[in-house]
Each structure stands twice: as structure tokens, then as C-alpha cells.
Design a protein around this ligand. Structure first.
Ligand code: HEM
Ligand SMILES: Nc1nc2c(c(=O)[nH]1)N[C@H]1C(S)=C(S)[C@@H](COP(=O)(O)O)O[C@H]1N2
Ligand SMILES: [Mo]
Length: 350
């Protein structure tokens, strides 16, 4: 491929890998497996395109280092290689932990830094395509790379399965099983920095409010009516756990308050400010859990009560609930809220 065609294909492929990578974080149902396949294929496309790129620039990579503009290029290359290595090592079953972070955590972090570095590199170095770069032949060559990348993904799955590598046990999300059906004995995690002090069950209440006829506040014991749900908590950090959760259906709580006809969404709010909303029909089927297995929820897992949202990734399963709110619209601030909640000082609860 011609230099500019290679460069732009590489940039496009990296952008696609980044976008599909973020997208995978929102997929929690098996029907969505193809998003992970698409991400793998775009990732391998980056890998394949690195060969013609490196063949071209390797000669001037090291001598060129006196030119500061070359550093963005070298950094980008290193980051791309490391990102891909961590991704492949994770799906193969690698369980290396560096500075407390597993290979999937590193993969995601490096992927984000790579995308930033590549953007800088493009601003400094990219040249517009010339008519000679936009020929049928160039398009066909790019297509051949894409086809190659698309073939690597199924081959990789065969290989991992055929060799009996640890990665074959992973869920379609890439997550690995930990502590299923063992009560509170599974990892405690937060999306960012939530770490509230334990809540006092005696004074704690779960309020049900918003677009309802009769708002009320329920005690933990009132929620402990033994509605049960077997559901899988699948954290984007790379583990999953299947448990028998028990508590009360959200639908029952909403019916007691009498939702108004304009209700379309239900928002679940934590004492930390962390929050997420679900469409009404899906919210009704979700569970407010006070128990996992035969044990009361531990503080780390969200006591007195947490959301159990089957089919949604772990970050939706709001812990330390204080409010369920019937709404006409989803909560536009929720994406920001989950990223800043633990960093906001709350002298009462941190
Ligand atoms: C931007 C450059 C990126 C590249 C080149 C890249 C490439 C790859 C590759 C080659 C794999 C292993 C192959 C496979 O999944 O079948 C992989 C796995 C994975 N990547 Fe990325 N990635 C990038 C960014 C990201 C980002 C930003 C995220 C998330 C926010 C992400 C999430 C994942 C996940 C969850 C897996 C495991 C999927 C599975 O188990 O099948 N990646 N990536
Ligand atoms: N209030 C609150 N709820 C939260 C989080 C959080 O940071 N704050 N983290 C979410 C994430 S990312 C996951 S994976 C699950 C983890 O639940 P666990 O600690 O019981 O494993 O809780 C979710 N609920
Ligand atoms: Mo998570």
C-alpha cells in the first residue's frame, strides 16, 4: 500500500478498535457477542497494518529521534503493540497482575492512551490523501487486510479452544468466573472511587418517589420478601459471578407507590450519588437485592440493598441504594455521575 493509504487505514482501524472497545463495555447479553468479535477483528487489523507501516519507517525510527516530532510516532507504535499484546494475552488466559491491574485493565488503559497519542501524531504528521492513494488498487489492498483481520478472529477462537488454553473458559464478554453461588465471597469493586462508610440499617430507608401517586420509604425488612432471581454480575474489569439474589421485584415496589401514566424510565440512586436508569419494563423485572445466596449482603456488595439488573454489565447494578425514582426520561447526568461520585467529598459518608 502507498504510505498515505497505509497511514490513514491505520488511523481509521485504531479509531474503530477504540470505538468498538468502548461499545463492548455496554454489552451484557449473549446476542451481543458479535460486538466483541468486531472489536477483535478491528484490533487485528491494526496489528496487520503495523507491518507495512514499520517496514517503511523502521530505518528512520531510531536515527530520527533527534527530531521531537518523531517521538509521537514511536510512542504511538509502542502503545499499539502493547495494547494488542495485553488484549491477546488476556483472551488467551494470561493472569498477570501489574501494579494491581490485570491484563484487561491494562489493555483498556493503553487503548485509551494510544488513541490520544495517535490523535496527536496525526495532527503533527498526517498528510491528506492524494488522488494516487485513492485508486481501486489501494482500496483492494486495504480490503485484503480487512479480510485477513476478519479471518484471524475465528481462527484465534479455534486455537484457544483447541489448545485448551485458560482463555477458553471466559464468558463472551471476556470475563472470568469467580465465586459463583457462594454468598458474599466474590470480588468487591467500584467503577471509580465509591467507598462509602457502612450504612446504618436501623435508620436507613429506600425511598420510592418521582412520578408516583404515593411516595414512601421502605425499611430493609420490608424489602426482604424473598423474591428470587438467579443472575450474572459481569464486571467490565474482567470477572463474572452467578448468584441467587433475593429481595423484592422493582415492579412490586413501583405498584405499591402507584406510578403515574407518563412514567417511562426508572432511576436507581446510591447514597454516593452514583446512579443509573432503566426503561420501565426492564426496571420492573429487575430486583432490589438484600441477600445473596443465604447471606445478607455485605457492606462491600451494597448493603442494605442493591440493584440486580440481569443482562446489564456490572456498572449498572447500583449499590448502597437510597432512592428509586419513576421518571419520564432517562437521567442525562448518569454517565458523568458514575465517573465522579466517589471523588466528591461527602463528609457524612466517606
Ligand atoms: C484502541 C486500540 C485497541 C486495539 C488495537 C485493541 C485490540 C484488541 C485485540 C487484538 C484484542 C484480542 C482479540 C479479541 O478480542 O478477539 C482485544 C480484546 C479486548 N479489548 Fe481491545 N483494543 C483496543 C482498545 C480497547 C478499548 C478502548 C477497550 C475498552 C474500553 C477494549 C476492550 C477489549 C475487551 C473487553 C477485549 C476482550 C474481548 C474478548 O474476550 O473477546 N479494547 N482488543
Ligand atoms: N454505588 C455504586 N454502585 C456500584 C458501583 C460503584 O462504584 N458505586 N460499581 C459498579 C460496578 S462497576 C460493578 S462491577 C458492581 C460490582 O459489585 P460487587 O462489588 O458486588 O462485585 O457494582 C456496581 N455498583
Ligand atoms: Mo465493574
Amino acid at each position: 500500500m502507498r504510505p498515505r493509504a497505509t497511514d490513514w487505514s491505520l488511523a481509521l482501524a485504531t479509531g474503530a478498535a477504540f470505538a468498538t472497545g468502548l461499545w463492548t463495555l455496554t454489552v451484557g447479553r449473549p446476542e451481543g457477542w458479535w460486538v466483541f468479535a468486531l472489536h477483535g477483528a478491528t484490533g487485528y487489523l491494526v496489528l496487520l497494518l503495523l507491518f507495512p507501516k514499520l517496514a517503511r519507517v523502521s530505518g528512520r525510527l531510531l536515527p530520527g529521534m533527534r527530531d521531537p516530532r518523531a517521538w509521537a510516532g514511536l510512542t504511538t507504535t509502542l502503545l499499539a503493540v502493547l495494547t494488542i499484546l495485553c488484549g491477546i494475552a488476556w483472551i488467551g488466559g494470561g493472569d498477570l497482575v501489574i501494579l494491581g491491574y490485570n491484563l484487561l485493565n491494562w489493555h483498556i488503559l493503553l487503548g485509551i492512551v494510544l488513541t490520544v497519542a495517535l490523535s496527536a501524531h496525526m495532527v503533527i504528521r498526517a498528510r491528506p490523501l492524494r488522488p494516487t492513494d485513492r485508486t481501486r488498487r489501494q482500496a483492494l489492498r486495504a480490503g485484503a487486510f480487512a479480510l485477513g483481520a476478519a479471518l484471524i478472529w475465528p481462527l484465534q477462537e479455534r486455537l484457544i479452544g483447541g489448545l485448551g488454553m485458560a482463555g477458553a473458559q471466559r464468558r463472551f464478554t471476556g470475563s472470568r468466573e469467580v465465586g459463583s453461588f457462594s454468598g458474599n465471597a466474590f470480588p468487591v469493586v467500584s467503577w471509580m472511587a465509591d467507598r462509602p462508610a457502612p450504612l446504618d440499617v436501623a435508620t436507613w430507608r429506600l425511598r420510592v418517589a418521582g412520578l408516583v401517586a404515593a411516595p414512601y420509604a421502605a425499611t430493609r425488612d420490608e424489602l426482604d420478601v424473598r423474591d428470587e432471581l438467579i443472575a450474572t454480575l459481569d464486571c467490565t474489569g474482567g470477572f463474572y459471578t452467578t448468584q441467587r439474589w433475593s429481595g423484592v421485584r422493582v415492579g412490586a415496589l413501583l405498584d405499591r407507590a402507584g406510578i403515574l401514566p407518563e412514567t417511562r424510565w426508572v432511576r436507581f440512586v446510591s447514597i454516593t450519588g452514583y446512579r443509573w436508569s432503566l426503561p420501565l419494563a426492564q426496571a420492573r423485572e429487575a430486583l432490589i437485592a438484600v441477600r445473596v445466596g443465604d447471606e445478607l449482603l455485605s457492606h462491600g456488595h451494597g448493603a442494605p440493598a442493591r440493584l440486580v439488573a440481569p443482562g446489564e454489565r456490572g456498572f449498572v447494578w447500583v449499590k448502597w441504594l437510597t432512592l428509586i425514582e419513576a421518571r419520564a426520561e432517562p437521567d442525562p447526568g448518569q454517565l458523568l455521575a458514575i465517573n465522579i461520585s466517589g471523588f466528591i467529598d461527602d463528609p457524612e459518608h466517606t
